[in-house]
Design a protein around this ligand. Structure first.
Ligand code: BF8
Length: 684
């Protein structure tokens, strides 16, 4: 296959096409049945620079052992990290080390490259304003608003993709998807004031889909799901002027304010950050969650398995990585297709083994019990097992370097979103109208790649850990006999002191999984129930905390509750957009007690966060009245005014604030103290 020079790349359009470059096979793999979609190679297949690999592998064994111990607490990850270091296969931790020391101005948030009068840095005592006149407070707050808007946009655009699929289903433009939970669709339609009597599920899908899409603009000027929040919480938003008006509108408003010469007041800028984050939590993310439930099924409690050991030596292994279940649900269907299963057997495999990674993995785990390989910092290691035929990605949290890692093995990286093409990947333009055919084409490509696997390079470490998943609010209520009343009674009686939403990512600044697992263990010991999403939940799952027998690690009261209900002390509530489930849980508790969210004995935590999306989540937690403790300092330390507003000043506005505590044991103490204060406030 010849390389494509950049000039040609630009003149021929975004992708090199199969037709242009006559790729009829990829590394010896025949492509596609006639009617199925065909992939295009994005730019060129990457090859790792041999010099880099050789240089990196010059580590002595003692150093390798030390790095292995420092990088992760995931025992199954360690042998693969070791192998990668010995072979000079670059991982996120190597790149992190190469970036040290970081730029101290960027770290403090006081560098600005927004316009070409700069770039500028604030260096007291003399350089205290950028060329435009912006001081440290303004530069830090503008950078933070940019971060929130980016995260909010990512979640909400994901939500839009799901809602659009609902609309396409309702209008008959795709028949590949159905309505898995028509009851939930009817309930949502009623919330929107849509007449449901005599309407079919498909008719409602079209009407609800259209009404939701409208909320991305500003025709309506409010968001329906804000009404789920307790009245006093909504009044607080209105009074402060942070009730979101439209999802896209709030993101655009943020972008407008950070244009030079618009927002000049850091307080005003940060309040818009809260409003934008609310449009994510109570808007885009909440629609993403609820409509995913409608299309693919509301999760119910079920069992599965997790860690890198879920890969199977004698199967075609396919990982789905990213966030959007519109893609991964179709892949689930395709791997069960008898023709493709037969093809896998013909190629010498015993079958096709589908596994999940990150949030799209959580979506499949919650609804279908599909096993999970791991979380964010496991993504390269899944490839280094040498047993992965294909990693299918959509968008968000996907390292751009994955094709580079894959080039050390036979693994194919298959990208599927036009928003997220990745050089070195094979791109399929996945759209819901031809979802199944495209998914079949992708799976076929993976199956055909099995024969390229080198069995001598396969290293699948350890055995999988069992877990319990599927704790949607509906599933929790069912387990409690139909309402949250028993949970409220247990909290009122002090058997459960409170609940904490532990959310967010992995980040090489923190030992992989250490923050999540240590915090979860410390909190359950204090009889505080943990509800978890995203990579936090996956860390706890790998550590065995999502099993009922983990109740043995809890305090006596919580242990007794978990044993009686046969549930784990840490409940998996889904992916990152499913943090909206935590908002709904808080809202329902507030409504039942007739108090605003900020009066509840609850808190949030993000011990290992890295992403802009996590900043948006933290902001909507706090804006909703939930005290939130971060384990990693955001890039704001260059403005004491911004730090003080976020950690103290917001109490006067939204009755909640951020705290930053890198030590998860101390973070648990902060959270427990907060919960006890709230209990006292409620007189319980
Ligand atoms: O949305 S927890 S690393 S995978 S950003 Fe990403 Fe963070 Fe994981 Fe999902 Ni969320």
């Amino acid at each position: 296959m010849r390389k494509v020079p950049p000039e040609e790349y630009l003149t021929k359009g975004l992708y090199t096409t199969l037709g242009d470059y006559q790729i009829s096979s990829v590394d010896g793999v025949n492509l596609m049945a006639e009617e199925e979609s065909k992939p295009v190679l994005v730019r060129e297949r990457l090859d790792v620079c041999e010099l880099d690999r050789a240089r990196m592998s010059l580590l002595n064994p003692a150093l390798i052992a030390q790095k292995m111990a420092e990088r992760t607490i995931d025992e199954n990850a360690k042998p693969l990290i070791e192998m990668a270091m010995k072979e000079g296969i670059e991982t996120v931790w190597d790149r992190f080390e190469m970036q040290q020391p970081p730029c101290k101005y960027c770290e403090a948030g006081i560098s600005c490259s927004r316009c070409t009068m700069g770039p500028c840095r604030i260096i007291p005592p003399h350089r205290i304003r950028g060329v435009c006149g912006a001081d440290a407070d303004l530069i830090v707050s503008r950078n933070l608003l940019d971060t929130i808007a980016t995260g909010s946009a990512a979640h909400s655009d994901h939500g839009r993709d799901i809602v659009e699929t609902l609309y396409l289903v309702g209008t008959g433009k795709t028949t590949d998807y159905g309505i898995a939970d028509p009851d939930k669709l009817r309930l949502i339609a009623k919330e929107y004031g849509i007449e449901t009597a005599g309407k079919s599920a498909h008719e409602l899908a079209a009407t609800v889909g259209s009404a939701m899409l409208e909320e991305y603009g500003m025709v309506k000027n409010t968001l329906q799901f804000l009404n789920r929040a307790p009245k006093a919480t909504r009044e607080m938003w209105d009074k402060l002027g942070i009730s979101p008006r439209g999802i896209d509108r709030e993101v655009v408003d943020c972008m407008h304010r950070i244009q030079m010469g618009v927002g000049a007041d850091y307080v005003n800028i940060l309040l818009q950050g809260l409003r934008c984050s609310l449009s994510d939590g109570w808007g885009g993310s909440m629609m993403g969650t609820d409509v995913s439930d409608v299309l693919f099924g509301t999760p119910t409690i079920k069992s599965s398995r997790i860690n890198l050991g879920v890969l199977r030596e004698d199967h075609v292994n396919i990982a789905v990585h990213g966030h959007n279940p519109v893609l991964s649900e179709m892949v689930v269907k395709a791997v069960a297709d008898p023709e493709l299963v037969a093809l896998a057997r013909k190629n010498g495999a015993k079958g096709i083994n589908l596994v999940g990674l990150c949030c799209t993995g959580s979506e499949l785990l919650m609804r279908k019990g599909v096993p999970m390989t791991g979380n964010h910092l496991n993504q390269e290691l899944v490839i280094t097992t040498g047993a992965l035929e294909a990693m299918i990605v959509d968008y968000q949290c996907i390292f751009p370097s994955l094709p580079r890692t894959a080039s050390c093995f036979h693994t194919l990286i298959i990208s599927t979103s036009a928003k997220a093409t990745i050089p070195g990947s094979y791109f399929f333009d996945f759209t819901p109208d031809k979802g199944f055919l495209t998914a079949k084409a992708i799976v076929r490509m993976a199956v055909e790649n099995f024969k390229n696997r080198n069995p001598k390079r396969v290293l699948i470490p350890g055995t999988p850990v069992p877990l319990m998943t599927g704790f949607s609010n509906e599933a929790i209520k069912n387990a409690l006999g139909g309402s949250f009343k028993p949970l409220i009674d247990l909290i009122a009686a002090g058997k459960i002191r409170g609940a904490v939403g532990i959310v967010g990512c992995n980040n090489p600044h923190v030992k992989h999984d250490y923050g999540h697992v240590t915090l979860s263990k410390a909190l359950i010991k204090k009889n505080i129930l943990c509800v978890e999403t995203g990579c936090a939940a996956i860390a706890s799952a790998k550590a065995g905390l999502l099993m009922p027998d983990a109740a043995a690690l809890a305090g006596d009261d919580l242990r007794a509750v978990c044993e009686a209900l046969k549930i784990p002390p840490v409940l998996h509530m889904g992916s990152c957009v499913d943090n909206s489930r935590i908002l709904v849980l808080a809202a329902e508790l507030g409504n039942a007690l007739n108090v605003p969210i900020h009066k509840l004995p609850i808190a949030g935590a993000a011990p290992e966060w890295y992403s802009q999306k996590a900043v948006s989540i933290g902001a909507y937690f706090v804006a909703s009245g939930v005290y939130t403790v971060l384990g990693v300092m955001p890039h704001i330390s260059g403005s004491s005014a911004v730090v003080s507003l976020l950690t103290e000043g917001l109490k006067g506005a939204v009755n909640a604030n951020f705290a930053v505590e890198p030590d998860p044991v101390k973070a648990a103490d902060l959270i427990a103290a907060h919960i006890e204060k709230k209990r006292t406030g409620l007189g319980i």
